[in-house]
Write a protein that binds this ligand. Sequence first.
Ligand SMILES: NC(=O)c1ccc[n+]([C@@H]2O[C@H](COP(=O)([O-])OP(=O)(O)OC[C@H]3O[C@@H](n4cnc5c(N)ncnc54)[C@H](OP(=O)(O)O)[C@@H]3O)[C@@H](O)[C@H]2O)c1
Length: 284
Amino acid sequence: MNDKQILITGATNGIGLAAAEALAALGANLAIVGRSKTRTGIASARIRAAAGGGATVATFIADLSSQASVRRLAAEVLARYPKLDVLVNNAGAMYGTRQLTKDGIELTWAVNHLAPFLLSKLLLQRLKESAPARIITTASQAHQGAHIPFDDLNAERSYRGFGRYCETKLANILFTTELARRVAGTGVTANCFHPGLVATGFNRNNGLLMNLGMTILRPVARSPEKGAETLVWLATSPDVANVSGAYFFDQEQRPPSPAAQDTETAGRLWEISERQCAASRRPL
Ligand SMILES: NC(=O)c1ccc[n+]([C@@H]2O[C@H](COP(=O)([O-])OP(=O)(O)OC[C@H]3O[C@@H](n4cnc5c(N)ncnc54)[C@H](OP(=O)(O)O)[C@@H]3O)[C@@H](O)[C@H]2O)c1
């Protein structure tokens, strides 16, 4: 991985941090994205230390809930890297209460789906120029049973934190399917994966009860290092060099839910996502 440039979101904690540590230890050049300068700096030091001090770790500050921030991030990445080998869309969260972003988009949808969608689109040409290149998105088994609420995309009629989260994780898989179709033959692959139930900072932002729930689940959850294994494998392994549009769990391709295999829905979601990002396409 010595000459490989990897950009990873959500690398200040949990699965993303563990993956960045493992990738840096393999010799990759890392670029990590975080919201907070302090947390991103601490993560960068941890990643360097994990690689024995010799790793290159660049930091970018961006709040992925804001489309302007995603666009700024992409512009900074394009200005800095003439070559980008791997993009990892890993940042994600669940929110117990409905909130709107600066763009007027429901927050979970903005962070978990629209940010990976927009960032991947803005970096796609650079990834194509760098081919072979890979785009990896952290999805979840939580997508099982979910459907995209095309008639209520902003969750105005009803909002349940976990239900909404599941919809966005379904969107991650449909996005991967449609992206893979669109980049076929360019040398860029797009895949996603389920990391398992992982003991991270996930769902620690939703009050005391949820925090307690996550603590109770901790003994049956995997370590972030274990949760990151499939991500690291998707980023590095020759076994998946020519695989695209697939969903993985524990380094094995798995069929996602029937809703996640609906290519018509994947195309429809892409078009709607483009429209949802169009409003922010103004000069920064
Ligand atoms: N943990 C699980 O059991 C599990 C299972 C299936 C899938 N996943 C998925 O795994 C991914 C990583 O989650 P995790 O479990 O590692 O959780 P985590 O420990 O909470 O890490 C989430 C990461 O996302 C970043 N993030 C959240 N909102 C952001 C925003 N608005 N802008 C920029 N960065 C933001 C966080 O950065 P800050 O430091 O700024 O908060 C953090 O680095 C998510 O996509 C999640 O859906 C997790």
